[in-house]
Design a protein around this ligand. Sequence first.
Ligand code: M6R
Length: 610
Amino acid sequence: MCGIVGFIGNEEASPILLDGLSRLEYRGYDSAGLAVYGQEQGVQVVKAKGRLKGLSDLTQGGATVHGSLGVGHTRWATHGAPSDINSHPQVSESGRFAVVHNGIIENYVEIREFLQSKGVTFVSQTDTEVVAQLLEYYYRGGLLDAVNKTLNRIRGAYALGIICADHPDMLIAVRQDSPLIIGRGECFHMLASDVTAVIKYTREVSYLDDGEIAILTRDGVEVRDRYRQVVEKAVSHVDWEVSAAEKGGYEHFMAKEIMEQPEAFRKTVFPRIKDGHVLLDELEFTPEYLKDMDKLYIIACGSSYHVGMVAKYNLEKLLRKPVEVTLASEFRYCDPIVSERTLALVISQSGETIDTLAAMREAKRLGARVLAIVNVVGSTIAREADDVLYTWAGPEIAVATTKAYSTQLALTYLIGLHFAEVMGAISPESYARIVSELLLLPTKMESILEQRDSIQYFASLYFNHPSIFFIGRNVDYAVGLEGSLKLKEISYIHSEAYAAGELKHGTISLIEPGTLVVALGSYAPLFEKTMSNVVEVKSRGADVLGLTTGTLYDAMVKTVDHAMAVPETHPMLLPSLDVLPLQLFAYYVALQRGCDIDKPRNLAKSVTVE
Ligand code: M6R
């Protein structure tokens, strides 16, 4: 979704803003713009529909726009089509105020009509323009006064960056339900949607909370809470390297992130295993709490939801407790049955997905205890959850998640093992076997990634197929959901994932000669059942690409057109291996089709509007 960056200091702002925006590109956008205040020029605004390169070319890399105070924006259109006019910054009628915004102003129609009745002329179709115009409407010379009055009038979710021509020593940051961080430097300060935009300049950051306003000057930052009292903000040190958010020789971030998975898995899991035992020092769950728990409610969106689907199979088996998995966007509106004995497991890479955040708040309101699995340190979900476990995957830039998915999965294994041990629900032998298999997974993952050429070959055979189905049972089905999402989001091929046994209840009517079916048959207890379904689609003319384990390979390859085997492991852990060929398949298909792999159309990395 939209990306915001702001700078106040002694250097030229434009190149820094453009650089910051380039690091936010991964969030997804369709236009970009910047506003910079120069002593002689006043507020200069440059905007361009399309890629950031257009804006960079227009300003010669920022060289034509002078001044050391400014805001920049990448826009993911919500209100009004992508266009130069609808791009941000939006400015007030006089040109005094320039505003960048991430989120939605829900009551913008009413405010727009009110201001129009006062003679204000609007030029864009955006909800954001009302903020710029309201600032102007309330402005009597005091910037903070105008900001406060404006905030009292607007409703919705917003992160705002504001500059005013009359106050060249101030950059205003406002946060309400949309992420915003402050970067603290020597004689300069920045605001941004996330740390990737500021990390090149400073590693010291503060995370704004809802309702807070920050007044950034060259020399300091003052933060006020929703009651406008000054608050002390903690300063956190970001310890990952700039290179972690760069391509490092790969053609795409997605390729790099796929290859980083064994290492990300090691970083997430190995420090949490000591002497054969899972140690989750971050958590304090007593045997009494876990035994008394009435239900585990997994809440997430997209791929994180698919992790939840795998976790449901595994956790129910390990804990013998009911596990419900729900899409966060549905949870809030389905009158969920939650009690004080319910544990909500919330899963989110970004920690900012608005549906997941809202569902988490609702679960808390209903009395649940919330345990969150999050990748982005300091994100809202991480801060608001009762307990948090971080996936140490590092920054994930490609819109299509890969290493975050794998590390989330890893943490669900650790949670399952830890809870089962605390509850006394697992035999020491089974526990030891799973833990030892867990430690072998990264090496097995590496061996699959080494076979990427053969997956590229399969992609070259099937990249033109109009429709691709994924089938499997149990955890194979859950992984199929992820394989199908990966494929459709980056290659734009229609794809669906089905529980293999469900095909006969309708979907099989779509199978015709030449349809590609990817059959997942790694889960040994149900292999034969899945193979019966494979035979059914084969007899209707489907091409079948099979995925199974070494021991089952011979049995599968006889029936399918092509097959690939992953190494053996404990059945519970298979998804960590099976997902890799599916990610690579999606990647190579998209590559062959010439798609914009890291920034697929219409998608955003962090979905901060409902
Ligand atoms: O940041 P989150 O994990 O909360 O994001 C959830 C989904 O938006 C995300 O997994 C999405 O489905 C990805 N594009 C999938 O690759």
